[in-house]
Ligand binder design. Structure first.
Ligand code: TMP
Ligand code: ASP
Length: 239
């Protein structure tokens, strides 16, 4: 893949930039240290985050590929840059929760940390102007966001990702509380896992102490943000 050249930027999100390449089949993503929360209301920098999220996401995608989940990951190019397959993102935040936390706890009045009887799946429509509203299966199909068949694939993929990641993180003394993933469509319509898997997009609690090792430390002004990202990353690397 050394012959694929980075071309113009086609998108800039809150935590990543996406570049076209000399091949229509590939994009290059570049991870930033920028952090936002509450739909961009809160801004900051988490020094070194881009490097950790890039390397960690790639490690998670490689693990998931080895367990049969197709992902956009192709090859890490540098500390912050990765070559990925070009997909069109399905505009959904696909969220799995094992333990109540965050907006789920708020919405249903459930204390953070309560173990759920089964993993739950929920969707939000990716639309900043609307504040990423919750959306149900019927709405998704009715609006043409995804077909019924695609939704079935997304559901299956999300639960499989949960099983693989839960087991992996348990092995490094970390509880996977919840996470958000995104799905992409290849030109032939196939659905694959895209975006990132990092402390920005997952909640990780230390299995013994319940210490938060994720972006909630930034969202909630808890301090020790960089250290939390480094702690998760170093546990992954020791494995
Ligand atoms: P929530 O409890 O705030 O809805 O978040 C659920 C999970 O999704 C949590 O692991 C953080 C992640 N997440 C994102 O990756 N991006 C977002 O914009 C939001 C709101 C949550
Ligand atoms: N990244 C999201 C935002 O800025 C939210 C979050 O991760 O809490 O809105």
């Amino acid at each position: 893949m050394n012959d694929v050249k980075k071309l113009n930027q086609i998108y800039e999100g809150k935590a990543k930039k996406v570049f076209a390449t000399s091949s229509p089949d590939y994009f290059i993503v570049e991870y930033k240290d920028d952090a936002t929360a509450f739909n961009g209301l809160k801004h900051g920098t988490i020094t070194g985050k881009g490097i950790i999220n890039n390397k960690m996401s790639n490690a998670m995608f490689a693990l998931l590929e080895s367990k049969g989940v197709k992902t956009h990951f192709v090859e890490q190019l540098s500390d912050r840059e990765t070559l990925v397959r070009a997909v069109k993102i399905v505009p959904l935040e696909i969220i799995i929760r094992n333990v109540a936390a965050g907006s789920f706890s708020k919405r249903y009045g459930v204390e953070e940390g309560r173990e759920l009887k089964c993993p739950t799946l929920e969707f939000s429509l990716k639309d900043d102007a609307l504040n990423d509203p919750l959306i149900n299966d019927s709405h998704i199909i009715a609006l043409g966001v995804a077909t019924e068949q695609e939704l079935a694939q997304i559901r299956e993929m999300a639960y499989k990702v949960n099983e693989v990641l839960k087991e992996f993180f348990a092995g490094i003394g970390v509880k996977l509380i919840d996470f958000k993933i995104e799905a992409g469509r290849l030109p032939d319509g196939e659905i694959i896992l895209a975006d990132e898997i990092s402390p920005d997009t997952c909640r990780f609690w230390d299995a013994k102490t319940n210490e938060k090792l994720d972006k909630d430390r930034f969202r909630r002004d808890m301090g020790g943000v960089e250290e939390a990202y480094q702690e998760i990353f170093s546990r992954i690397n020791k494995k």
